[in-house]
Design a protein around this ligand. Structure first.
Ligand SMILES: [Zn+2]
Length: 374
């Protein structure tokens, strides 16, 4: 039964005491029952509301009706009760606020026995890792890294690299051309670069000799995917041009690079070859680092070197003077400068380095496979 204010039967101190005690007991009881902020607001309004709040009623029913001689005494009591009510209301508010903070803290509590959230750390793709390692070898030799667009013009991809107009590499069988460009002159037609070599010309147009650059990047050819082919793959090329570069510089540089990359025990060997943009041209082979050059692993034939004891790594040669003709306006006078260039497949390097026998594994994005190399 909720407390209600009733008229006093007289204004004696005893009666006042009893009525005040009853009121304070009700105040305390109601304060104890408060659970949340809406409870507290209702409590505050019930006691303090100007219109018809408990204390207003006390004022009306006890003080206003008191005879003159009792007014002072009753007034003092009513003031004490008002103060007590204010304090109780204030204390009740503090209590529910403290309770809210506490329950928030409990909600935020960490259960240290729960398993942690694992965030796998990313790692370089094995092809990129092998490429970066090889690029690092040449950077240590003073080569700087250059990059270029993957969509190229016929001019940079073929013409300026001394590919004759009817060279088989220009055939759509090998090259992925961008569609609907028949109205453009041939040299402006766009294609997906088939090698990183266009960056050699682009760099020589920008930077006067001497230069030493290494060029990593993606290239594209119209090859169906199989264990050793992919329509997208990665190359690393290099170019050094100065006034007195010889084939001896080429051999010394590449021999050092192969030892730095595959291990100091590998031997190198050069075989004559042909590329449109180098003359003379060669293929570089390294002695097989799997079988040590014997062609056999125990009683089994060695697969990486196909039992020959040698593995083909890259193509290279002295820059054909015809290539310098395209950039002679920037200081590459064919009679004054000479240089060497080389190019290799970064994917092939990765296959060899990590002993993987199917190129497709690198591009299937199976994390179980890729994470072995992280
Ligand atoms: Zn071998």
């Amino acid at each position: 039964m909720a407390y209600t204010v009733t008229k006093l039967k007289d204004y004696s101190p005893t009666t006042l005491d009893t009525a005040a005690k009853e009121l304070l007991r009700a105040l305390d009881q109601e304060a104890t029952a408060i659970r949340n902020e809406p409870d507290w607001k209702a409590f505050r309004d019930r006691w303090m509301a100007r219109k018809n709040g408990v204390l207003t009623q006390v004022n009306d029913l006890w003080l206003k009706t008191a005879p003159k001689e009792a007014k002072r005494n009753v007034g003092q009591r009513v003031n004490e009760l008002k103060k007590a009510a204010e304090q109780t209301i204030e204390a009740a508010l503090q209590q529910i606020e403290a309770k809210a903070v506490l329950s928030r803290l409990i909600g935020d509590r960490l259960d240290v026995t729960l398993p942690g959230i694992s965030r796998p750390i990313g790692a370089e793709h094995p092809v990129i890792k092998a490429s970066n390692d090889m690029v690092g070898v040449f950077r240590n030799l003073g080569f700087s890294v250059q990059e270029g667009p993957e969509i190229e013009t016929d001019y940079y991809n073929f013409e300026s690299l001394n590919f004759p107009p009817n060279h088989p590499a220009r055939d759509t069988q090998d090259t992925l051309f961008i569609a609907n460009q028949q109205s453009k002159p041939l040299r402006e037609q766009l294609l997906l670069r088939t090698h990183t070599s266009p960056v050699q010309i682009r760099t020589m147009e920008k930077i006067k000799p001497p230069i030493r650059i290494v060029i990593p990047g993606k290239v594209y050819r119209n090859d169906p995917p199989d264990a050793s082919h992919s329509p997208m793959f990665h190359q690393i090329e290099g170019l050094a041009v100065d006034t007195n570069i010889t084939f001896g510089d080429l051999k010394g540089t590449l021999d050092h690079a192969m030892k730095a990359f595959f291990g100091s025990s590998v031997k190198t060997s050069f075989r004559p070859s042909f590329f449109p943009f180098t003359e003379p041209s060669a293929e570089l082979l390294v002695s097989c680092f799997v079988c040590g050059g014997s062609g056999r692993r125990g009683s089994d034939p060695c697969r990486p070197c196909k039992q020959t004891g040698w593995i083909e790594i890259l193509g290279c040669g002295m820059v054909d003077p015809n290539v310098f003709e395209f950039v002679k306006h920037n200081g590459y006078e064919p009679s004054k400068v000479s240089g060497f260039a080389f190019g290799m497949g970064a994917d092939r390097i990765a296959l060899l380095k990590y002993g993987v026998d199917d190129l497709q594994l690198f591009f299937q994005n199976d994390v179980r496979f890729l994470s072995q190399f992280a």
